[in-house]
Design a protein around this ligand. Structure first.
Ligand code: TYC
Length: 122
């Protein structure tokens, strides 16, 4: 059995390059499609005032769970104390729900009635 093809001296050494390489082939150029991904719904996480939770506890909660420095945390706490509520951060739904849980757990463990809610940003 022969192991190699017979050489055709008339065959070109390089394959022919067609003038229109995609014509008649299954290849196609994709057109750019406008971006359809919408930004996620966002939620404010809000602490509520009460008469019993110590100010220092609220400041520490805002620092720990909302990653604010002490000065910012103190300003937010005082705003809540004076106006009844204050925004600690804005997050996607899952993260906002986790923050609410973390605050409630910490407050419960410390025996304070601190309340935390999330509300949709319009
Ligand atoms: N009003 C509380 C007090 O006088 C302090 C406080 C601030 C409580 C903010 C809750 O979310 C709060 N000890």
């Amino acid at each position: 059995m022969a192991t190699s093809q017979p050489v055709n001296p008339a065959a070109p050494l390089l394959p022919a390059i067609p003038d229109r390489p995609f014509e008649g082939s299954s290849e196609a150029v994709l057109e750019r499609v406008p971006q359809k991904v919408k930004p996620p719904h966002m939620y404010r996480v809000v602490l509520l005032n009460d008469d019993y939770t110590p100010m220092e506890f609220v400041v520490v909660v805002i620092q720990e769970f909302f990653h604010k420095d002490r000065e910012t945390a103190t300003q937010i706490m005082l705003k809540i104390h004076l106006h009844g509520k204050g925004v600690c951060g804005v997050y996607t739904a899952d993260i906002a729900a986790t923050k609410v849980e973390q605050v409630h757990r910490a407050a419960h463990e410390a025996g304070h009635p601190l309340q935390c809610v999330s509300e949709p940003v319009d």
